[in-house]
Design a protein around this ligand. Structure first.
Ligand code: MG
Length: 335
């Protein structure tokens, strides 16, 4: 019964999680939160992760009631993500693997999200909608790869929400997306915004520049409130995501749709996708913020699958990569 430690830190969250044969034993995490109006720079996020990671590894072991000697392998995020934060976490993973004399497992972050979602929801072969600050992809498994059927042509949906929050000085605590979701609940006016769907792909950059450009005037004249803007933005971008997911679900005849990534814990998106799924007779598999927001256990779980199928990472080939597409990984643990 192998125990895998997973370390994640590809963006502004850093986490250490322990998984043993499908059971999450512990999963502590810390988030680098910046002041309203500010994003996070890679160097500052990396320093945050360096400060927090040793304590998180200790907490993960303590909460699981395990000692270092009980860990059978060390998994870490190789990419995609921001270079400096990735490098800090990879250095920690290589160090622990060598100190403890255990195999190292370099995990694709996107595959981590998918494997965590499959585990938590008990989904066997779902169509996946992966939505976060760095990624927006519609994914289906075929011939040993997670194939990207559709994706954003520019910024990720979470990045669109984050940058909108920054422009409007909405708080980043606990996350910009969470605060937009709460404000949107009080919105009453639906503004027409650019809606860009091309086949199975989506685009958010034009919508983002449009809403950033018109917001000051709409707010100053009283034509719309911050709540109306949040509501309109969410309804528009989520409708785009549901449209491409439905098209892909129809093509794949998927009985299950799995929603993963940080934006996946938005309850309005879950509601909209859930309505689409029930109209199609499909099951929506969604998780809460513990598992859809970046965390160490998802990396441990994908690492556990890799270990089980003999896919171990040579330390000499364990460099991080900011660009690492979901379909580059050979999924040796599924057939
Ligand atoms: Mg992520």
């Amino acid at each position: 019964m192998p125990v895998v430690l997973g370390l994640e830190g590809s963006a502004n969250k850093v986490g250490a999680g322990l998984v043993r044969d499908g059971a999450v034993l512990s999963n502590p995490r810390a988030t680098y939160v910046t002041a309203p109006g500010h994003g996070f720079a890679p160097g500052a996020a990396a320093r945050h992760h360096r400060r927090r990671l040793p304590g998180l590894v200790a907490a993960a072991l303590r909460e699981a009631g395990l000692r270092a000697a009980d860990v059978d392998a060390v998994a870490f995020t190789r990419g995609p993500g921001m270079g400096a934060p990735l490098a800090v976490v990879a250095a920690a993973a290589r160090t622990l693997a060598q100190l403890w004399d255990r195999p190292l497992l370099g995990v694709n972050h996107c595959v981590g999200h998918i494997e965590m979602g499959r585990l938590v929801c008990g989904a066997r072969d779902p169509l996946v909608l992966y939505v976060s600050g760095g990624n927006t992809q519609v994914i289906a498994f075929a011939r040993r790869r997670y194939r990207i059927l559709g994706e954003t042509l520019d910024v990720a949906v979470g990045n669109c929400l984050d940058r909108f929050a920054r422009a409007l000085q909405i708080s980043n605590d606990p996350s910009p997306g969470y605060n937009i979701e709460q404000l949107a609940k009080k919105g009453t006016k639906l503004l027409e915004l650019p809606y860009v769907v091309k086949g199975l792909d989506v685009s958010f950059s034009g919508l983002l520049s449009h809403i950033e450009a018109v917001a000051p005037q709409l707010l100053a004249s009283g034509e719309a409130t911050v709540e109306d803007l949040c509501f309109s933005l969410q309804e528009t971008v989520f409708a785009m995501l549901v449209e491409v997911t439905e098209r892909a679900a129809a093509q794949c005849r998927s009985p299950e749709v799995l929603l993963v990534g940080g934006v996946g814990c938005n309850e309005r998106l879950q509601e909209m996708l859930g309505a689409m799924c029930s109209a199609r007779g499909a099951r929506l598999c969604a998780t809460d913020e513990r598992f859809c927001v970046d965390n160490g256990a998802m990396i441990a779980q994908a690492g556990w699958e890799m270990l089980r199928s003999g896919q171990v990472t040579d330390i000499a080939r364990s460099g991080v990569t900011q660009r690492y597409r979901t379909d580059e990984v050979e999924v040796t643990w599924r057939d």
